[in-house]
Design a protein around this ligand. Structure first.
Ligand code: ADP
Ligand code: ADP
Length: 225
């Protein structure tokens, strides 16, 4: 699925969170938004997901305007920085929650889909576990499994590693990268960490004060003369 932002602006009262952001993310691309806190990364994801409506401009999926299309109808999976698993539900129930709006893809049952996804994120057999009994990295992988359960065309990851220590971050980063290329899902990844952006991205956009400052392959963005 190809993703386009065409002159997307978002204002909150007099504050401008996004100022005419135009970006194209190709089908299957791993695209990263980097920039300091407050530059508009999360707002960009929220406009793509449909949690926010742009004040101006248009978000398009494969050329089709998403104006007025609610989040659950967009075919987007989202993982936020704080795992946001439901503590009163088992791991399996948390993943199945990702299927509340759609039937499992591929003609399998819900239970089969949950098992498939847990295997994909290296948590096979964890269905009955309590989220609280899992490490931070494992919890983030459950959140990833939940986001991927309906077979989204677009995956949005908002600082999914930020609560983890360096070693776990590196492992989760490799797992996310492997899963992303295996599924070929168009991915927009948000981080303030340049080394993370370098390690995983096909292309990077640098945001500053709600504007796109640079777009390019990681080496071009970070090693310019
Ligand atoms: P980032 O994700 O890069 O840290 P955000 O997209 O969260 O940046 O925020 C961009 C700017 O918009 C910040 O100045 C933030 O305070 C402001 N902002 C974001 N959401 C809201 C909101 N709901 N109401 C008012 N201001 C907001
Ligand atoms: P991040 O740094 O990842 O953007 P924040 O803590 O800044 O996280 O924002 C978390 C949520 O609060 C986001 O949904 C953002 O849109 C919203 N938000 C951010 N700034 C403001 C603000 N000034 N007023 C209201 N909501 C805000």
């Amino acid at each position: 699925m190809k993703l386009e932002l065409d002159g997307v602006s978002k204002r909150y009262g007099t504050a401008t969170a996004l100022d005419s952001v135009s970006l194209t993310v190709d089908d299957g691309e791993f695209f990263t938004l980097v920039g300091p806190s407050g530059c508009g990364k999360t707002t960009t994801l929220r406009c793509i997901a449909g949690f926010e409506s742009p004040t101006a401009g248009t978000v398009r999926f494969d050329g089709e305007s998403m104006d007025g299309v609610p989040p659950e109808a967009r075919g987007v999976g989202v993982v936020f920085q704080n795992y946001a698993l439901f503590p009163h539900m088992s791991v399996g129930e948390n993943v199945a929650y990702g299927l509340r709006f759609v039937d499992p893809p591929g003609g399998v049952t819900r239970d089969e889909r949950v098992a498939e996804l847990l295997e994909l994120v290296d948590l096979a057999g964890f269905e009955d576990r309590d989220p609280d009994s899992l490490s931070g990295g494992q919890q983030q992988r459950v959140a990833l499994a939940r986001a991927l359960a309906p077979g989204p065309d677009i995956l949005l990851l908002d600082e999914p590693m930020s609560a983890l220590d360096a070693r776990l971050r590196e492992r989760l980063r490799q797992q996310v990268k492997r899963i992303q290329s295996e599924l070929g899902v168009t991915t927009v990844y948000v981080t303030h960490d340049q080394s993370e952006a370098l390690a995983v991205s096909d292309r990077v956009a640098v945001l500053n004060r709600g504007r796109v400052e640079q777009v390019g392959e990681p080496r071009d963005v970070y090693h310019r003369p």
